[in-house]
Ligand binder design. Structure first.
Ligand SMILES: O=C(CO)[C@H](O)[C@H](O)COP(=O)(O)O
Ligand SMILES: [Fe+2]
Length: 222
């Protein structure tokens, strides 16, 4: 099965975003972390930046909303024409309704869970989502260390996806590098977000290919 490498522009040089995107043309999508200083203690990008990104790159935009008011903003991002919109389960009481709205608009719908949030309540509604993002660090900042204790959630989600024949992408985000990607691939992830390990590399394109190769070598998903 294919694996996907989505570099996070949180680790890019914000003064040169267009040229930073040129460095990762071999990637599958660009991961864009939106933070509002309420859901997480940090502030990043908003609508105007995303509008410009859409104009300067052919790569699909994979939005990761770390914001409180997802019912207000997730559909707005979807309407811009991004590829996928992932919101946090902890930020809404109606994740299925919001996912349906995003799909109706034409975006892939993603559900994210923080390291402390159990996956079980969401396994029974997995078919309502196009991707599940299991956070492998506490959301809010790049450059943190991968938390291996989150892997049991991936194993559980992969088991349900396989048993039910669901084409739901299982994404990991936080501390992914050429070592930890192997652990996440073995646990069942197929979509890998990497910020500092890609943009911190001298050759970001080569790093994307290395991560892809390591993930392919360790994926067990047919
Ligand atoms: O969602 C995020 C942080 O909340 C980022 O996508 C993530 O941290 C990527 O950065 P790195 O690969 O450097 O850990
Ligand atoms: Fe992210």
């Amino acid at each position: 099965m294919p694996v996907r490498i989505n570099p996070s522009i949180l680790a890019a040089d914000f003064a040169h975003l267009a040229t930073e995107l040129d460095r990762i043309s071999s990637a599958d999508a660009v991961h864009v972390d939106v933070m509002d200083n309420h859901f997480v203690p940090n502030l990043t990008f908003g609508i105007p930046v995303v509008e410009r990104l859409l104009q300067v790159t052919e790569l699909p935009l994979d939005m990761h909303l770390m914001i409180t008011d997802v019912d207000r903003w997730a559909p707005t991002f979807a309407e811009l024409g991004v590829f996928s919109v992932t919101f946090h389960a902890e930020a809404t009481d109606e994740p299925v309704a919001l996912a349906r709205r995003l799909r109706q608009i034409g975006a892939r719908a993603g559900l994210a869970i923080k390291p402390g949030t159990p996956v079980e309540p969401y396994l029974e509604v997995l078919a309502e989502f196009d991707q599940l993002l299991v956070m492998t660090v506490e959301p809010g900042f790049g450059g943190q260390s991968f938390m291996p204790e989150t892997m049991s959630k991936l194993v559980a989600a992969r088991e349900v996806a396989s048993r039910s024949g669901l084409d739901v992408w299982l994404q990991v985000d936080g501390g992914i590098n050429e070592q930890t990607i192997e652990v996440a691939a073995r646990a069942g992830a197929d979509t890998f977000v990497a910020g500092s390990s890609v943009f911190g590399a001298d050759d970001a394109g080569a790093q994307v290919q290395l991560l892809r190769q390591r993930a392919l070598e360790h994926t067990h998903v047919a």
